[in-house]
Design a protein around this ligand. Structure first.
Ligand code: ADP
Ligand code: UDP
Length: 239
């Protein structure tokens, strides 16, 4: 599969067209941003880890019946994916209070939540990805009722699968962000990435943060944390 023209360069990835109109190539960069692009840096080797981790997790989800955009790993940093029209929602699932949830509701980071929380925000950088509910999403025609219902049930199923998978690696899945897309025939599938950039992952034994919060909060050992959590996943696969 040959890379054709660059379609889009985002903060963490580049998206290329291919000679098949239904397939795109995603190229993962080491660039990292936080706080809506205000903080910029690089995390050495991150692109390789995020590509390989996302591909492996999506393959696991596919085996468990979740349709995803993943087609094939092409190289260390590149994956072949099904082209979708992205639903402009960031779908966040939370198991433990952290980040903006802790701030907004005044609860300590680390507090277990009684039930998983599915949160939606409008994927719009200019507006700072504002939080919204189903009514807002419907009123703004970001998705249909049926699509919102499918997205919610897929997000909760993905949460249960990822939570169990990471638990088996000795890692606690605190929260994460998903993006869904629509195929040309109108099906909703999981798209974008699942990586330490988009998940909060804590070492279950020590509580050590093994994700992008190390970059956001200047905690140090950022590269080592990404490598650690990738090693856990690889070790799990060998069992
Ligand atoms: P951002 O746009 O937030 O800076 P990235 O740097 O990760 O994010 O860029 C990747 C872009 O590709 C995102 O806008 C994402 O929604 C989009 N994308 C992810 N998967 C697909 C796909 N299968 N088809 C089309 N677009 C996709
Ligand atoms: N997240 C993400 N992209 C975003 C916003 C959030 O991947 O643009 C992920 C983030 O890594 C975390 C979860 O979504 O795993 C919840 O993030 P939160 O709302 O707490 O935001 P933050 O504290 O990062 O502002």
């Amino acid at each position: 599969m040959e890379k054709q023209e660059l379609l889009y360069e985002g903060k963490a990835k580049k998206v290329y067209r291919t000679d098949d109109p239904q397939l795109y190539i995603i190229d993962y960069k080491d660039d990292a941003t936080a706080f809506n692009g205000l903080k910029k840096g690089t995390i050495g080797g991150k692109g390789i880890i995020n590509n390989q981790m996302s591909n492996r997790l999506m393959q696991m989800l596919e085996r468990e019946g979740i349709p995803t955009h993943f087609v094939q790993e092409l190289s260390e940093r590149q994956a072949l994916v099904r082209k979708v029209s992205i639903v402009p929602l960031e779908v966040i699932v939370r198991n433990i209070a952290a980040g903006s949830f802790s701030k907004r509701y005044g609860v300590v980071e680390g507090m277990a939540l009684e039930t998983p929380v599915v949160e939606l925000s409008y994927k719009n950088d200019a507006l700072g990805d504002p939080l919204l509910n189903d009514d807002h999403a419907l009123a703004l025609k970001l998705a249909t009722r049926q699509e919102l219902d499918i997205i919610r049930s897929m997000a909760l199923k993905i949460n249960a699968l990822l939570q169990q998978f990471w638990a088996e690696c000795g890692v606690t899945l605190v929260d994460f962000k998903l993006e869904f897309g629509k195929t040309d025939d109108g099906r909703i599938i999981l798209a974008d990435e699942i990586s330490p950039d988009t998940c909060r992952l804590w070492d279950t034994a020590t509580g050590k943060k093994l994700d992008k919060d190390r970059f956001r909060r200047d905690l140090g050992d950022v590269e080592a944390a990404y490598e650690e959590v990738m090693n856990r996943l690889v070790a799990h696969a060998q069992h």
